[in-house]
Design a protein around this ligand. Structure first.
Ligand SMILES: [Fe+2]
Length: 202
């Protein structure tokens, strides 16, 4: 067994004009594939720890020191991207009542949430991710992480993710990350967000 690169759940050009086919092709076939290959290379050095990346990254101290950072970077890179693909949708989806209620409770309004998420994504310096997570108290929270760090490492369950590495947007949006963030809100798979929210609350 090994970690497998999942197929995209839609065609490479399905998210155009918001995310172009060339970006999706490179992002999935090269960047994500490399995280998978490197995660497998790290795991092969310690077959005794298994391959459950969620369990391993939930408690990084249990990861053998010689592969710990490699697994944070590449195991995290795999989990983050696998989640990200599923959180994008070529078809318009609507925010569900349950998720809207939780967002309103945490942020006051959908607009205020969008603003907080946009700030997190815009101000993440260098490479990283913006997240909507369910925290240990079961409440929603917006946060960002550096590199491929996952909120799972902090005991938080991600239900929405935005990759703000330059590889995610530079071909189309060049240096203008805010336009990419704006486009992201047009292609969020709210059905998947609702599914992840329900699972995190269970
Ligand atoms: Fe990425």
């Amino acid at each position: 067994m090994a970690i497998i690169l999942p197929d995209l759940p839609y065609a490479y050009d399905a998210l155009e004009p918001y995310i172009d086919a060339e970006t999706m092709t490179l992002h999935h076939d090269k960047h994500h594939a490399t995280y998978v290959a490197n995660a497998n290379a790290a795991l092969e050095k310690h077959p005794e720890i298994g391959e459950d990346l969620v369990a391993l990254l939930s408690d990084v101290e249990q990861i053998p020191a010689d592969i710990r950072q490699a697994l944070i970077n590449n195991g995290g890179g795999h989990l983050n991207h696998a989640l990200f693909w599923e959180l994008l949708s070529p078809e318009k989806t609507e925010i569900t009542e349950e998720v809207a209620a939780a967002i309103n409770e945490a942020f006051g309004s959908i607009d205020a949430f969008q603003e907080a998420f946009t700030v997190a994504a815009t101000t993440r310096f260098g490479s990283g991710w913006a997240w909507l997570v369910v925290n240990a108290e079961g409440k929603l929270e917006v946060m960002s992480t550096a590199n491929q760090d996952t909120p799972i490492m902090e005991g938080k369950q991600p239900i929405l993710a935005l990759d703000v590495w330059e590889h995610a947007y530079y071909l189309n949006y060049r240096n203008v990350r805010p336009n990419y963030i704006k486009a992201f809100f047009e292609i969020i798979n709210w059905t998947k967000v609702a599914e992840l929210y329900a699972a995190a609350k269970a």
